[in-house]
Design a protein around this ligand. Sequence first.
Ligand SMILES: [Fe+2]
Ligand SMILES: [Fe+2]
Length: 194
Amino acid sequence: MDIEKIRKELKKMLSSKRYVHSLATEEMAAFLAKQHNYESHKVRIASLLHDCAKDLPLDTQKDYIMRYEIVLDEIELKEPKLWHAAISQELAKRKFNIYDSEILQSIRIHPTGDKDMTSVDKIVVLSDYLEPNRNFRDNEKIKVIAMKDLNQATILVLTSKLLHVIKKGSLIHPRTIEARNDLLSIRDFANNSA
Ligand SMILES: [Fe+2]
Ligand SMILES: [Fe+2]
């Protein structure tokens, strides 16, 4: 499905606020891809679709999980806010005919991150956080870093996500810790061998 058609379909599935967020995430992703000389097609599609299931009522989300036999881990099962990532991945395949494994994976892990993140994964996580409608206190600072160093910017976003989850008293997903440790190890290895 081409990008214009995806946007049209998406508009029918999302609240206007979420649709605006998705388009702004797409724009931020294309901007970051350009900064780092990556082709923008994959990150545009992944960031457009990352939240495509998020406005479905939880009961409907539950139905999708059962019907498509979506496997959630122990923490995801207890945190309904995380369900939309796995369902969005499934809808990207079934409704939007996206079969690119890099795109699908980045949709699946966008709320938490994961170890061995690809550039597509990092750009989607960053764009979801940095798009201007989100208005986080630190997003101008992280955006400047993201233009030069995707790893360092992703470390900062994952740190902010962890602090947010801790403050709310929610469960911490171990993937976020693994992702952050992984990126910190890469950074420290690079610093030590410089
Ligand atoms: Fe999301
Ligand atoms: Fe989002």
